[in-house]
Design a protein around this ligand. Structure first.
Ligand code: NDP
Length: 279
């Protein structure tokens, strides 16, 4: 049986084993998907040992996505831009890495939520791994503007600069998306789409930015899900926006990894519906 796992710290609450089990059942693939807890010191050794045991690949979650990116011999363009990876495939000719977070986010917004991003004004809050993985795929959807707001503004500036310099593909440069970095107090006003890619919800905060960022009827998505997202979702609804949690993104990023590993794309709709009933 082909083996995979999600590696993180902590990892015990990860829904990834359940999602991949549902994908495998749906597509008739035979695989085993586990959780592997690792301390930061032992991360490289944990991945190397898992690969040496005959496993075929793994997902990487907080806080090891940068280390995973470093371990790969080959990387997709979007992983290169993000400088982080959430998916490794242990190919014999050299490990392959991808970052599927951003495409998962975009698919959830445009396909599951049915909200177009092209021509819209988008606020991306955060400049950590999740925001870094999302910015390139967001640019690809051709919004009119993307503002990246972060508590540590220098990190937001570095992220934006990286996406504006030579690393950005010709296609992205040609799209001419307006993009700038700012701090949380100057995030701007009346965005069509607001994405919370910070860990602020974990501390019980409703939102890291003022409600004036929300245009009436805006989509306000927190990458968190379950109880952790409740405060942000209530904040969004209170201020006239449509709240959405990160569960759809989670399922979509998993589907992209599953496709890269197994060569078959699962139907995410039934899996997302099933997870919602289980949460
Ligand atoms: P990182 O640790 O890399 O980044 C954390 C980010 O949150 C930084 O921008 C940090 O700001 C900011 N932050 C932390 N605490 C606060 C606070 N109290 N107020 C304001 N900003 C704060 O984490 P990730 O980027 O990897 O993950 C972010 C969140 O997204 C996590 O909660 C994770 O669970 C979720 N996620 C969900 C996914 C999904 O599929 N649904 C996929 C990936 C992530 P600063 O730079 O100033 O420290």
């Amino acid at each position: 049986m082909d083996r995979y796992a999600v590696i993180g710290h902590p990892v015990k609450h990860s829904r990834s084993p359940r999602i991949h089990a549902l994908f495998a059942a749906q597509t008739g693939q035979r695989l085993d998907y586990d959780r592997l807890e690792s301390t930061p010191e032992a991360f490289n050794q944990t991945v190397l040992a898992f690969a040496a045991s005959g496993a075929r690949g793994c997902n990487i979650t907080v806080p090891f996505k940068f280390e995973a990116w470093q371990m790969a011999a080959r990387r997709t363009a979007r992983a290169e831009l993000a400088q982080s990876a959430n998916t490794l495939r242990f190919d014999a000719g050299g490990w392959w890495a991808d970052n599927t977070d951003g495409i998962g986010l975009v698919r959830d917004i445009t396909q599951n939520a049915g909200v177009a991003l092209a021509g819209q004004r988008v606020l991306l809050i955060g400049a950590g791994g999740a925001a870094a993985g999302s910015l390139g795929p967001l640019i690809d959807t051709q919004p009119a503007e993307i503002v990246v707001a972060n508590r540590s503004v220098a990190k937001a500036e570095a992220l934006v600069a990286r996406h504006q310099d030579g690393a950005v593909t010709q296609a992205q440069r040609a799209q001419g998306v307006r993009m700038y970095a700012t701090d949380l107090d100057h995030a701007g006003e009346a965005f069509d789409v607001v994405i919370n890619a910070t860990a602020s919800s974990l501390g019980g905060a409703e939102s890291p930015v003022a409600a004036s960022v929300l245009k009436p009827g805006a989509l306000a998505l927190d990458m968190m899900y379950g109880a952790a997202a409740a405060g942000f979702l209530a904040w969004a609804e209170t201020h006239g926006a449509h709240g959405r949690d990160g569960l759809g993104m989670l399922v979509e990023q998993a589907a992209e990894a599953f496709t890269a590993w197994r060569g078959v794309r699962p139907d995410t709709g039934p899996v997302l519906a099933q997870l919602r009933t289980e949460l």
